[in-house]
Design a binder for this molecule. Structure first.
Ligand SMILES: [Zn+2]
Length: 209
């Protein structure tokens, strides 16, 4: 933890000192983020870093596997989504999965979550992803199957999002856009789901290796 304390000092004398006005404005005017960013808790995925978004721009919800539970189930994820959409009035919702996702691997191999009842119950909500992958991607090599599952999971969670009445209302009114992204850890690239092409395509401006 000492590393983090040193980091705080470095933040205060560096980034904060050069962005003091931004923080003052955020503290007096409140937050007005334009985007709700739903992603995995994985330590290797950093929403603000990969989008170069300063404080105040992204309202972030994170959990294991970037899962959006069914609207009938109360919980922190649903509460945060409701607040972002209904109160903050975000214009965009991005659900962002990532390669090498441990949660997705556990969805494909539920035995890996044995002995972890909370995780197992949480991931069971994405059980249809396993079914889709078993049906459509059985021939793929293990690594490619996981990436396919990461993508299918993003699409499944976007569907869950549409089930929330307040999301459906805003979509119908043209006041909300939904996007599905996948962050590729090994290259830093971000892929965006293109519903016309029916596939994830490299985002323009994305810096790849
Ligand atoms: Zn993950």
């Amino acid at each position: 933890m000492q590393k983090l304390v040193r980091g705080i000092h470095s933040f205060q004398s560096g980034y904060f000192a050069t962005h003091r006005q931004l923080f003052e404005q955020l503290s007096t005017a409140g937050q007005q983020p334009e985007t709700l960013f739903v992603t995995c808790s994985d330590s290797r995925v950093d929403p603000n870093l990969i989008t170069a978004a300063p404080p105040g721009e992204l309202f972030v919800v994170r959990n294991a596997g970037n899962i959006i539970p069914h609207p009938d189930l109360p919980g922190g994820t649903a509460a945060s989504i409701e607040y972002a959409v209904e109160v903050l009035g975000v214009e965009d919702v991005i659900v962002c999965g990532h390669t090498q996702c441990g949660a997705i691997e556990a969805i494909l191999h539920p035995e890996r979550a044995a002995g972890l009842p909370f995780l197992a119950r949480w991931l069971a909500q994405a059980g249809n992803v396993k079914r889709i992958v078993d049906e459509r991607y059985a021939d793929l090599a293990p690594e490619a199957r996981i990436t396919a599952a990461v993508e299918e999971n993003v699409l499944a969670q976007l569907e869950n999002l549409r089930e929330f009445p307040f999301v459906a209302r805003r979509l119908e009114a043209g006041k909300l856009r939904l996007s599905g992204w996948v962050f590729k850890l090994s290259t830093g690239e971000v892929f965006d789901y293109d519903p016309v092409r029916g596939e994830f395509v490299l985002l323009a401006g994305s810096e790849g290796a």
